[in-house]
Structure formats: structure tokens, C-alpha cells
Design a protein around this ligand. Structure first.
Ligand code: CU
Length: 298
């Protein structure tokens, strides 16, 4: 670690784990050292002016003011350095992040959907096709409203709170939200983006180190905002395949008996205890009373 990086550590920046992160770190470091130098420079100038132009030394005001061009030169150099920082580093780096996406062939594609107060991750499965989503199909068991009749959704994987990705492969995220504006922030990967209802925001990163990293919500999004955390686990390719297989098997079990093809005699699935039934659902005042059978097609 260079001595430049000390300031990032001092400011509480966690160690970088992504490919592009060092560029972000570099510009952060440089900006902070530059601002530190400006702070010291301007403070020294302020003290100098206070002492040099004190009333005791200049009992009569000087109506001509500054005659030398040094302050103009100083101002101009500060503007020049700031312009170089912005036009030479910040804008090209930003352009690279938003314009130069990796090819989707070798990338992992994930839909990330924020909701109060969770992160949902939706992977397309081996077929690479995302299932159709419909807001009217959203239930407690189907948080993203996947269409059970869409064949592309048979192998889709939906997880809440935890996402696994393989190391050394780019991950392309499409970010959205179900309710309010959230912010998907992966501090170790040096990416963050607003999750806005009705918008699909693309972002990407390439993890370089295996490990477990925290996902936080970077926008104050309600009372439970403080608890809106998740994890991204960067696996070795073998571990990732194992996880994928486990999740696919789990998804297969969950998708296996659709409600309309339930074996005769088996009770219909009731709402999960402690959950809020969807609007229009029959009220079950007495928990011991028989659960009314679902309407056809439900
Ligand atoms: Cu949030």
C-alpha cells in the first residue's frame, strides 16, 4: 500500500476488492491530499493577512489594494488543477464505468430489486433467460412477481439478502426498486447506484478477491433503513457452481407443484404465519377454522 492510500484508510474506506476500484481510490486519495494542501495554504494566507494588515501596522486604509499579480496566478493554478481533476480523471473514469460495459456473454447477469427493507437477487439460471415479472403476481412467497407460466422462469433463482458471484468474472447488475428509492452500495467493490421504482439502472463490477462483502442501502428509505443490509459472497468458480446447483435444486422444488396441479387431498397453501394476506384475501378470524379453498385459477 502506498503512502497515498493512508488517507483512504484514515477515512474508513474498506479495502478494495474490485478491478476498477484502485482508480476510484486513486482519485479519492489525490482529491483529499489536494484539498488538504489547499486548506493549509488558504489558512496560512488568512493568518498572514490578519497579521500583516493589522490596524497597528496600517493606521490608514490603503485604497489601491493588491498590486502584485501573485494572487491571480495562485487562483488560476487552483482552477487549472481542479479542471484537470475533473476533465482529466473524474469524467473519463465515470464515462468508462457507464459506457464500457463488459460483454454479456462472459458476465454474470443479475437483477437486483430493492424493497423496504431487503435486497432481492434474481438470476436467470442455466438458460440465461430472465422470467417475465408482473407486479400483480407479487406475493410473500413470490417477492418479484415471477410469472409461473413463463417457461424461461423454470430455472430462475431468486434469493433474498445474499448473492453469490464467481471471482474474476464481470457482474452486470440491473437495478430497480419495488417501492421507494434505495441505493445499492457495495463499498468493497467501489460501486453504488440508486434503485428507482420504474427504472432499470445498469451497473457492473469485477470482483478480484474471494470473500464475504457487505451490501448496504445508501439512501434513507424508511424506518427500517438501518437494517437494509445484504451480503455478496465472492466464490471460487467451483464453489459458485455448487451454490448455483443448490439454489437451482431449491428453485426446482419450489416451482415443482404449481397450485393448480396440487395432488388431490393435499390442503391448499395458506399464508405464512405472521405475514399480511394480499388485498382481497378472505379474512381468517379464527385460526382453527378451515381455510377456505382458493378460487379457481388462483
Ligand atoms: Cu433502502
Amino acid at each position: 500500500m502506498s503512502s497515498l492510500a493512508l488517507i483512504n484508510e484514515f477515512l474508513g474506506q474498506p479495502p478494495n476488492a474490485s478491478e476498477h476500484g484502485y482508480q476510484i481510490d486513486h482519485i479519492l486519495e489525490f482529491s483529499h491530499w489536494f484539498m488538504g494542501a489547499l486548506f493549509i495554504g488558504w489558512s496560512a494566507f488568512f493568518l498572514f493577512v490578519l497579521i500583516w494588515f493589522r490596524q497597528g501596522r496600517h493606521p490608514r486604509a490603503d485604497y489601491h489594494g493588491v498590486r502584485s499579480g501573485i494572487s491571480t496566478h495562485l487562483e488560476f493554478s487552483v482552477v487549472l488543477i481542479e479542471a484537470v481533476l475533473l476533465l482529466g480523471f473524474a469524467i473519463p473514469l465515470w464515462a468508462k464505468r457507464v459506457n464500457e460495459f463488459p460483454s454479456s456473454k462472459d458476465a454474470i447477469l443479475v437483477h437486483v430489486v430493492g424493497q423496504q427493507f431487503n435486497w432481492n437477487f434474481h438470476l436467470p439460471g442455466p438458460d440465461g433467460q430472465f422470467c417475465r415479472r408482473d407486479v400483480s403476481l407479487v406475493t410473500n412467497n413470490n417477492p418479484l412477481g415471477l410469472d409461473p407460466n413463463d417457461p424461461a422462469g423454470k430455472d430462475d433463482i431468486v434469493t433474498t439478502g445474499e448473492l453469490h458471484v464467481p471471482v474474476d468474472r464481470p457482474v452486470i447488475i440491473e437495478l430497480s426498486s419495488k417501492d421507494v428509492i434505495h441505493n445499492f452500495d457495495l463499498p468493497h467493490m467501489r460501486i453504488a447506484g440508486d434503485a428507482i421504482p420504474g427504472s432499470l439502472i445498469p451497473m457492473w463490477f469485477k470482483p478480484l478477491k474471494t470473500g464475504t462483502y457487505e451490501v448496504v442501502c445508501g439512501q434513507l428509505c424508511g424506518l427500517g433503513h438501518y437494517g437494509m443490509k445484504g451480503t455478496v459472497v465472492v466464490d471460487t468458480p467451483a464453489d459458485y457452481q455448487t451454490w448455483l446447483k443448490e439454489r437451482a435444486e431449491l428453485a426446482g422444488q419450489q416451482n415443482a407443484p404449481p397450485p393448480t396441479e396440487r395432488p388431490p387431498g393435499e390442503p391448499p397453501p395458506g399464508p405464512t404465519p405472521g405475514t399480511i394476506p394480499p388485498p382481497g384475501a378472505p379474512k381468517t378470524a379464527n385460526p382453527t377454522a378451515p381455510v377456505p379453498s382458493p378460487s379457481p385459477g388462483a
